[in-house]
Design a protein around this ligand. Structure first.
Ligand SMILES: [Zn+2]
Length: 66
């Protein structure tokens, strides 16, 4: 039986905790950075979150670097 399991977005990336390349589950989270209404335009930033499938360590990176 062919196993084409693409149920999650897995990527091999370097994990600083494992100090080696491991499989990471990658997702995007919208985080609220400011509760001030005046900054509503910039209040929600998409973050790319990668969770190491070996040690469970998470690393997040803001996708908007402008
Ligand atoms: Zn790890």
């Amino acid at each position: 039986m062919a196993t084409t399991d693409n149920s999650f977005d897995g990527l091999t990336e370097h994990c600083t905790d494992c100090d080696t390349d491991t499989l990471h589950q990658v997702s995007v989270q919208i985080r609220t950075e400011s509760l001030k209404e005046e900054n509503a335009e910039f209040s929600r930033e998409p973050y790319r979150v990668a969770e190491c499938q070996r040690c469970g360590s998470r690393s997040s990176q803001r996708m908007n670097n402008a």
